[in-house]
Design a binder for this molecule. Sequence first.
Ligand SMILES: Nc1ncnc2c1ncn2[C@@H]1O[C@H](COP(=O)(O)OP(=O)(O)OP(=O)(O)O)[C@@H](O)[C@H]1O
Length: 656
Amino acid sequence: MHPQTAPDLHSAPSSALGATSANAWADKMPLIIETSHQRSLSYGLNPERKPDFNPLARGDLNALIEQNRLLHAHALPAMETLYQQIINTHNMVILTDANGVIVHSLGDDDFLEKANRVALQPGVAWSEQSRGTNAIGTAIAERAPALVHADQHYLSANHFLTCSAAPITDHLGNVIGVLDVSGDQRSFHKHTMALVRMSALMIENQLFSATFEDAITLHFHVRPEFIGTLMEGIASFSPGGRFLSANRNGLFQLGLSYAALQSHTFSSLFGLPVSALYEHYRTASPGLLNLCMHNGVRVFGRAQLRLSNSVFQQALSEPHGGPANAAQQPNRGAGNARRLSGLRYLRTGDPQLELVIEKVSKVLGRDIPIMIMGETGTGKELLAQAIHNDSPRAMSPFVAVNCASIPETLIESELFGYEDGAFTGARKKGAAGKILQANGGTLFLDEIGDMPFSLQARLLRVLQERMVTPLGSDKSIPVNVELICATNHNLRERMAQGLFREDLYYRLNGLVVKLPPLRERTDLETVVKKILASESEHGGYEISPEILHLFRRHKWPGNFRQLTNLLRTAIVMAGDEQEIGLRHMPDDFLDDIEQTQAMETQTSTAQMIATGANLEEMEQSVILRSLEANGGNVSATARALGVSRNTIYRKVPNLK
Ligand SMILES: Nc1ncnc2c1ncn2[C@@H]1O[C@H](COP(=O)(O)OP(=O)(O)OP(=O)(O)O)[C@@H](O)[C@H]1O
């Protein structure tokens, strides 16, 4: 077992204990120590200073333990187990809060002098700010495991120690504490770090399991024997199938960051409607689930449906399992499912969209293939689901296949299915492909422009003959699916480049509709209100006029996906405040806005110079632009330009 860098859950995931990046972690450690020493220096710490301990008073310590009650309760058993493994080695096991203040410690403190015994007791702070480079403080600063040995400690007084620490994160990826083993540097053992990291992971997994009520928890791994071990991935979903969270190994196996997973559902990640889970666990002795992840990797899984009685009963009484037609719902909990189900939900007043809805409503149930065009995140899949939900096939399956995310080698078996032993690695009993899974319902082929050329002819044959022949089989099975395709490519261009078959194109584009990008929509305010209502538990959030103004000017390259994620974060930032303002916006969004403004100003200044404008006119133009950017607020404009309010009134007399 090797140590490695713990992942930042907000960026690309890596395995929690896998060996792949173990060397990377060890290689990074010297740089981490060096950077930490620089930080320690910047805190004004004197390496030769005798440290003062100032432990918290008893009452404050009790309050700290109470604040960290869950962490404390779940960490104690893991700490005991860890201690059993290092007993009599002159080491102590330590748990701290998110700020590095020791909450609990146990172990042999006989190796410590009296003063140092105090230092490793509950209530003492081990942040870098108070003690310089040390495993606990550095693990917090780096959000990664840290091994700090002997004279790598910043304070000379700590050179007798060797310490291995790993951060403990919650289900949102926030560091909530640190687990550490500290001992006499002569007792250093290279396995200690691995033990600490495994124990931290154990605590994280237990906290994770305790966090979600009324949720579906899926334990999964490519190898069935790893389910139930520390190596398993765990992911939680709402009863309607919306992704809630995943542990470190879950993020690693899914290969997506926590932020990217926010717009996913059980079905978009594991290729099965959530109703299939309810069905599976209705049986008397359900076996392991055999799932295909969005990236084409097959995994085994065991789900726990920890749903309150009412939600569970509702799930069982639904004809297809799953509350409120949950399987078809993207990204929403049961409560929101109905609101999001049909074309009506999408009507928010934009004339371009009204036209789209009018057109698709006319072909519902008419067996006319629909082709949805639109930039990424404009809601193509949501529209496809709404069409299905409003069609006479609503009670039959809606099966979505993303042709761009399945590897070319797997797409054939994914779509058409395969017979027993059709190829190496095929499952024993074969598998029904997506086309057959959609039988009687709707097949949604997303990113159809990325369908490999070699398979296009085969797909065309299925559509024309209405028969599927699984790989390795000589039997054709009749199918009846309604087809909806989506693309953000220009298919005519792809045809001209010889990448897309003309005959398939004309077979697919019965009705072509184009979803407008968000920047062209006239109903932004209503859209924002709807998203705020569906994303917040209790409702009541509003955006300030200033933010609405910024939203109207923004280009929204990620369209709804970007807007939804932004508002979701803003709601969390706003907390109890009902009005969402600039201070609740993420920095990258503000940076984008600033850049756009700077570019617009540059362009307009260049234009003014070209047309021979004088300095006064140019000043006035800058002020007017800034006023517009600040929603007409004179004080904010004055602040932004670094001048007084009077100057603004003077330079733009019409303002009064
Ligand atoms: N009208 C809408 N109201 C609220 N949320 C929406 C709306 N349209 C789309 N969304 C949300 O935006 C996200 C992206 O939507 P969707 O997957 O349907 O877009 P897409 O065009 O299919 O994207 P891509 O081309 O990247 O696959 C989803 O989380 C979806 O719930």
